[in-house]
Design a protein. Structure first.
Length: 504
């Protein structure tokens, strides 16, 4: 009977380096002897990377589990394994070619005067329509009026915050990513503009008639993952569309934005020690630093607090959190003293390192098991190859028999080795080496010698907190702090960064 059904998020590619959660659940269930057969729709649904697919099948074979494919049956023979390998390679090749053809077709479409909207909605102020066989942006007059209003308000000296307030006060719906998202906004959140959204509108050249495509390129990083990186503007492709604001107004707004940015950079900025490291213990939303004026008229000063954003700006979130503001000075002192207690005591530090190592090993276990199974398979294949060659040397096999079987074994050995390499690349290099641990203790020793100086240096304290991946949950009666060296949190951290930052 069926013991479980697993469906990955369709928006996540099966070839990603990160292990998909449902696949990991299926593998974990296999190690618990929870089933005998894993049924997969077709070969490229298990993994489009053929080496990852081979590693998964090897892991399951080591547990005496079978993988059956609904589309495409492969016998457990030399010929069946060869056919499966060919089909897996073809799926990977076809995927790459499909992406290449798609990107080329989209670029040619843009060169022919069509806009590429994809799954997202047209830019706010426009509707996407097909006209004479081309995808065009047509001005949506209702939304275009809001665009003109935003540009006019900014040109008259209104800040992004004041524009946001005006739009919310007049119940003007914010931009939607898609028609479905737009429906949710109308139903659940009719207001709630963000300053960042308004800033992007003011910088968007589409509103003066220039829509651009291919502004980024897909680049493979050192970790094997692909990321989008900006292209030089001379590589962008442009489609002329109907303008909503004049070139003169757009230019004036850009000049004002540059002036405002220059002024803002010169203004006094206050840095909160735990800024960006806190969340609300009640609703999970981010926490920001705020201040209230205290001291009365004769001796006014800013008293600083941390407060949940859903409690401070509830209109943005459409609910009010029960979290209350907590004095920043007290929270900062509590967290910093806790961090010092770890770094100042060698025994506490070593205990925290040991806990971190154990947590990292637990995280790597699924991949390590697959590597182990693949290595055992590699030893078995190499032994088979040796026996085959010995059989030929003693005259038991003919040259034709040797060539036929040896070709398949060579291919399996090569693929298994590549599968092991692929799995090893997926391992996060976060388990500490002896050199890393020694560097941490050296850093802690240097910290102990300079703790008085660091106590008075906010940027240095903040850098240490970020390097230790400090996370704080804020409640009305207490705070809960964690980092990679304590508090029960085992977030990833590269301790080589500590050595680089502090010269250890």
């Amino acid at each position: 009977h069926i013991v479980g059904e697993f469906f990955e998020d369709p928006t996540r590619p099966t070839s990603g380096a990160d292990w998909l959660p449902e696949l990991e659940r299926a593998l974990e269930l296999a190690h618990q002897n929870g089933y005998d057969v894993l049924i997969v729709r077709e070969i490229d649904r298990l993994a489009r990377n053929r080496f990852k697919q081979l590693a998964i099948e090897t892991d399951l074979e080591a547990l005496d589990k079978r993988v059956e494919y609904v589309i495409g049956q492969f016998e457990d023979t030399v010929e069946g394994k060869l056919l499966k390998g060919i089909m897996s390679e073809f799926s990977e090749f076809e995927r790459a070619k499909t992406r290449q053809r798609t990107m080329r077709g989209m670029a040619n479409s843009v060169k022919g005067g069509s806009v590429i909207i994809g799954g997202a909605k047209a830019p706010y102020g426009y509707d996407a329509e097909s006209i004479d066989g081309k995808r065009q942006l047509v001005v949506n007059e209702a939304e275009a009026a809001t665009i003109r209003l935003i540009f006019d308000l900014y040109a008259k000296g209104k800040t992004l915050y004041r524009i946001k307030q005006y739009l919310d006060k007049h119940h003007i719906s914010k931009p939607a990513k898609s028609d479905l998202h737009k429906g949710h906004i109308k139903k659940d959140r009719k207001i709630g503009w963000q300053e960042a959204q308004i800033g992007k509108i003011l910088a968007n050249e589409t509103y003066v008639g220039r829509w651009y495509y291919r502004k980024t390129r897909r680049v493979k990083g050192a970790d094997g993952k692909y990321r989008q990186r900006p292209r030089p503007k001379n590589e962008w492709l442009m489609v002329e569309v109907s303008a909503i604001v004049s070139e003169e107004l757009f230019t004036r707004v850009q000049q004002q934005r540059n002036i405002n940015k220059h002024i803002k950079n010169k203004q006094e900025q206050y840095t909160y020690f735990l800024g960006g490291m806190m969340t609300c213990d009640y609703c999970g939303k981010s926490v920001s630093g705020i201040y209230y004026l205290a001291g009365g008229k004769d001796n006014p000063y800013k008293k600083r607090y941390y407060k949940c954003n859903a409690a401070h700006t509830q209109r943005r979130y459409n609910f009010k959190c029960e979290g209350k503001a907590q004095e920043a000075k007290k929270v900062d002192a509590a967290v910093w003293n806790w961090l010092k207690s770890i770094l100042l005591d060698p025994a506490t530090l070593q205990r925290s390192i040991d806990e971190y190592q154990e947590a990292q090993e637990d995280m790597q276990n699924p991949i390590l098991r697959m590597i182990e199974a693949s290595e055992k398979k590699l030893i078995n294949l190499e032994a088979q190859l040796k026996r085959l060659i010995d059989a030929y040397s003693t005259g038991v096999l003919s040259l034709d028999d040797l060539a036929k079987t040896k070709t398949d074994l060579d291919k399996q050995i090569a693929n298994t080795r590549k599968a092991i390499e692929s799995l090893q690349a997926d391992l996060d290099p976060e388990t500490l080496t002896a050199e890393d641990i020694n560097a941490i203790h050296q850093f802690a020793a240097a910290f102990r010698q300079n703790v008085d100086l660091i106590d008075a240096d906010l940027p240095a304290r903040r850098e240490i907190a970020k390097l230790l991946q400090v996370k704080v949950k804020l409640a009305n009666t207490h705070i809960t702090a964690s980092c990679v060296l304590g508090g029960g949190s085992h977030s990833k951290m590269s301790f080589s960064k500590v050595k680089e930052a502090f010269g250890v």
